[in-house]
Design a protein around this ligand. Sequence first.
Ligand code: 4AD
Ligand code: MG
Length: 483
Amino acid sequence: MSLSISKVLTMSPSDETVSVSGWVRTRRSSKNVSFVALNDGSTIRNLQLVIDIDKGYEGMNEETIAKITTGASLIASGKLVASQGSGQAVELLCEKISVEGVADPEEYPLQPKKHSLEFLREIGHLRFRTNVFGAILRVRHAMTFAIHKFFNDRGFFNIHSPIITGSDCEGAGEMFRVTTLPEKDPPQLDDGKIDYSKDFFGKATNLTVSGQLEAELAAMALGKVYTFGPTFRAENSNTSRHLAEFWMIEPEVAFADLKDNMDLAEEFLKYLIGYALENCVDDMEFLSKRYAEEEKLKPQAEREEMTLLEKLEFVRNNGFERITYTQAIDILMNCTPNKKKKFQYPVDRWGIDLQSEHERYLVEKHFKKPVIVTDYPRENKAFYMRVNPDGKTVAAMDILVPGVGEIIGGSQREERFEILKERAAEFKIPEESIWWYLDIRKYGSVVHSGFGLGFERLLMFITGMGNVRDVSPFPRTPKSAEF
Ligand code: 4AD
Ligand code: MG
């Protein structure tokens, strides 16, 4: 079997035969010598293959060379020698080469030049083979691993919450229905509504918007748990930060209040940043360079002062600002863009929903660092959040970061049975859909808290990518589920 290129690049020149396999990024040929940049996905770095047809190795001739074009796949073996060129310590002097699959240069859409991200989205089946997408997917993998490690090291248990549910955790009604009823003439009730009692599960079901409600049940027995799974939202928002299918990490901790929750979330984000910086060095350096090039295209006033790596180091090494919603409104009401009517949604009173432009002002212009906003008006947040002693606000927390806006949403949960029941009624949530959730407040109820980190938002933040469609291998957005 072949060695991975990431491994080969750490080896020294020797007389042993080494075999590698991968896809051709570029080939340069002079008279009889060709140089091939080979990538196998194990690292962003390419291995340089040197093919000298004058050496007379079997099967190494002009015909073979002609097949080695960008995108072709091959298996090569030979000896590692010290590289003449700069940029790599070793290169492979080929003694044997087998072109496994050709890629017609007239047709292959990925040329060795910079393609726009928009174009790459149109060739989602091939964009895996670009430097930028390879880097993102390797970082995505590393973050998945780091998330499990973070929680495992701290005594949390991973809970697999269901993907099909009969409840709407966030109460926003943005759900994809799951049904096996016939499209044509489904069974109906007398009032003309669909009779879901005849459906597969004997009731109306949907894809989950969050694993939180189920995580809470588990936390009431296992103490510290987390979910990490796909969640689905049928909100028709075609923005650069919304996906219809995204992954969410939701820890839930018994005997933890809002302060504990904020501390955990801050420690978690800093850990993940540190993990990426320390374990994805080549990819992060590449992404930081890419980010700097993108920034150069922006008007001076909008440019980020720090590089991506500096920004991440800064966030990792500084405390997050913690303010209440009320303080946030004060800042926003009195800020210059609001007074100059620069916001699309003017901030004119306590009680408004914070829009993404407001969140970004707080983070990018006012505090210039991540901000945790707490204690939102009770009407603006989900039914499960704990009502504060003032009766007007709930123990919510949103974490906002530069470039992305809201990355985490969480809260202390309402653990008091009667109040939770009233809140569910306020939000017109049918009791029969969450009776079990209410029930745990009757038996050994305790103060508890949790939050949800949007995985793709995290990746936008870590990789510096501006569009959530470019950090997901198969993005689902309104009118788009091609690949
Ligand atoms: O703020 P949200 O809606 O909170 C919840 O779902 C809670 N049940 C979490 C909890 O307390 N356990 O979503 C949490 C996070 C957001 O902060 C955001 O990062 C991400 O999920 N998110 C999305 N990411 C991509 N596309 C979307 N449509 C998203 N909606 C939310
Ligand atoms: Mg939220």
